[in-house]
Design a protein around this ligand. Structure first.
Ligand code: ADP
Ligand code: ADP
Length: 224
């Protein structure tokens, strides 16, 4: 589903984190928020999630004004940079957790969780503990956990920053492949231009709380 920001501002006290930002993420596309630390990427992502409310402006998801809705009313899920898996639960239980909380019965939740694990290439890992998995595998569990909720928008907050360089390249290919295969709408935050170019349909370049430029990866970075 599409995401639209109309003149969104976020202030913390007297400091302005996001200084009037407008953009549209078309349904079924992956759009990256790219820029240096402190430019307002995470605040923007959290406003899509409903974890932070804007000081001014409107936010629409699938054409519906969600500006004043809480996170649980928005049908959006987020993958964090630290995977935040529950260490005492199995992989399957981790993926089931959100489904159970949203009221699904145990058997249905387990079926959907197995399907989600299959989608990220982790069939057969259901009964493992997170500590038995590699960093890349743990990140895939986190992606499965977000996916099974069938969100209208999936958000990634610097998802690869805890991985080594080789795994970062592999995981960004996997995320891109999954997004295209399932037709997901994704907003992806990174400070890494190479990563943004590898995964994105469009890149929104932020600086000091504003959008500096936006466009396709090739339009922004490969034109002479
Ligand atoms: P980025 O994700 O690009 O690193 P952030 O959105 O985290 O940027 O932060 C943008 C600006 O807002 C920074 O100056 C940051 O210090 C400030 N900021 C972020 N969160 C808060 C907060 N909860 N309270 C006060 N200032 C904040
Ligand atoms: P990120 O790595 O996602 O950019 P940060 O390390 O900048 O996050 O911030 C971690 C937490 O601290 C976040 O919850 C953010 O909102 C908050 N925060 C960031 N900057 C400030 C600030 N200047 N004052 C208060 N809280 C802040």
């Amino acid at each position: 589903m599409s995401v639209e920001f109309r003149d969104v501002v976020k202030r913390y006290g007297t400091a302005t984190a996001v200084a009037g930002v407008s953009f549209i993420v078309e349904a079924g596309t992956l759009v990256t928020l790219l820029g240096p630390s402190g430019c307002g990427k995470t605040t923007t992502l959290r406003m899509i999630a409903g974890l932070v409310l804007p000081s001014e402006g409107r936010i629409l998801i699938a054409g519906r004004d969600v500006t004043n809705l809480s996170a649980t009313q928005r049908d959006v899920s987020m993958v964090f940079q630290s995977y935040a898996l529950f260490p005492h639960m199995s992989v399957l239980e981790n993926v089931c957790y959100g489904l159970r909380r949203s009221g699904q019965r145990k058997a249905e939740a387990a079926d959907r969780a197995r399907e989600g694990l299959k989608q990220v290439g982790l069939a057969g890992f259901e009964e493992r503990q997170p500590s038995e998995l590699s960093g890349g595998q743990q990140q895939r569990v986190a992606v499965a956990r977000a996916l099974v909720l069938k969100p209208s928008v999936l958000l990634f907050d610097e998802p690869l920053s805890n991985l080594d360089a080789r795994l970062r390249r592999q995981m960004r290919e996997e995320i891109r492949e999954l997004q295209q295969r399932l037709g997901l709408t994704v907003v992806y935050v990174t400070h890494d231009q190479q990563e943004a170019m590898a995964v994105s349909d469009r890149i929104i370049v932020m600086n000091a709380g504003r959008i500096e430029q936006q466009g396709g990866p090739r339009d922004l970075y490969e034109r002479p």
